[in-house]
Each structure stands twice: as structure tokens, then as C-alpha cells.
Design a protein around this ligand. Structure first.
Ligand SMILES: CC(C)(COP(=O)(O)OP(=O)(O)OC[C@H]1O[C@@H](n2cnc3c(N)ncnc32)[C@H](O)[C@@H]1OP(=O)(O)O)[C@@H](O)C(=O)NCCC(=O)NCCS
Length: 144
């Protein structure tokens, strides 16, 4: 399996956006707007690929401040969910973050994905709230 960083607006990035659209937006009746994608120009974008380069998972990091990153747009392709791909994806991303000097990851977890992040040792911070019309909760992990 290959964990690959893709440049903003590269063909690889376009493929990540397609996966995110299918798994994160279409189920909510939404699409990404050009403005939303433009805000990702200074973020770090990653894909998890099978040996034949088929894309099975993706996520992005946004630098918050100091040594903190926001993990966003975490998605595994429908046919590959529940097979350990999400765990590999997040663990690879954590390794990348540590190697680049970051010490903390924060995220807005969908309520449905909270057990997944709990398994990966992310902690809850605060109460549930609504974002994109669905329940979310803030979670974080210190990378030590
Ligand atoms: C959430 C998501 C990224 C998880 O990826 P995945 O490949 O399905 O998860 P994995 O198979 O790697 O699961 C890792 C562990 O979490 C557990 N887990 C995953 N989803 C779970 C759930 N909804 N409820 C309970 N446990 C869950 C698995 O059982 C597994 O536990 P184990 O290691 O003890 O066997 C994926 O299902 C997905 O893309 N869902 C749709 C989009 C989404 O909700 N993204 C998150 C936005 S915040």
C-alpha cells in the first residue's frame, strides 16, 4: 500500500476530490464549490493507494498553529470500508505528521465515525454540534 502526498490541483488531487465527493458530500446532497477547494491551496493532501495505484482512502491536513494540525476530509472508498484501510491511512498520516515536527492532531469527527477515532486513541473535547447538517464532535490526539 502506498501513502502518497498529492499537490493541490494536480491530477492526483483531483482523484482525492472525487473520492471525497462520493463518500463525504453526495450522501449529504452536497458538492464541493470552487471557493471551498481554493481554500485548500496551502493544505497537505494524501491518498492511500493499492500496489496497482487504485485509490482507496484519502485525508488532508491543515496547519492550525504551532505544532498542531487539523485532520480533515478522511474517507475510505465504500467497497474498502471495514477492512482496516482507515486505520492504515490515519496511522500513515500520524507518522508523516511526526516526521514533519507536528505534535497534535485535531479533527471535527462525524458522530458516526467517533468509534473509529476512539479506536485510534483520539479523545473527545467538548459537546456535540451540527456541521453540514449532521452531528459532529471535536476530537484530538497528542503525538508523543
Ligand atoms: C470512517 C472511515 C474513514 C473508517 O475507515 P474504515 O476503513 O472503514 O475503518 P477500519 O476498517 O480501518 O476500522 C478501524 C477500527 O475502527 C473500527 N470502526 C470503524 N468504523 C467504526 C464504526 N462506525 N463503529 C465502530 N467501530 C468502527 C473498526 O472495527 C476497526 O476496529 P479494530 O481495529 O479493532 O478491528 C470510513 O468508514 C469512511 O470513509 N466512512 C464514510 C466517511 C466518513 O464518515 N468519514 C469520516 C468523517 S469525520
Amino acid at each position: 500500500m502506498w501513502f502518497v502526498q498529492h499537490d493541490f490541483m494536480s491530477p492526483g488531487y483531483d482523484e482525492l476530490v472525487s473520492l471525497r465527493t462520493a463518500e463525504l458530500r453526495i450522501p449529504l446532497g452536497l458538492e464541493f464549490t470552487a471557493d471551498q477547494l481554493e481554500q485548500e491551496s496551502d493544505q497537505f493532501h494524501f491518498g492511500l493507494h493499492l500496489p496497482d495505484w487504485h485509490l482507496v482512502g484519502c485525508l488532508s491536513f491543515r496547519h492550525l498553529e504551532g505544532q498542531s494540525l487539523a485532520m480533515r476530509q478522511v474517507a475510505v472508498s465504500k467497497d474498502f470500508q471495514g477492512r482496516g484501510i482507515g486505520r492504515i491511512l490515519v496511522e500513515c498520516a500520524e507518522r508523516w505528521a511526526k516526521q514533519h515536527g507536528f505534535g497534535r492532531i485535531e479533527l471535527h469527527a462525524r458522530k458516526t465515525a467517533r468509534p473509529f477515532y476512539s479506536k485510534l486513541e483520539y479523545h473527545v473535547a467538548g459537546d456535540e454540534y451540527t456541521e453540514l447538517g449532521i452531528a459532529h464532535i471535536n476530537m484530538y490526539k497528542e503525538l508523543v
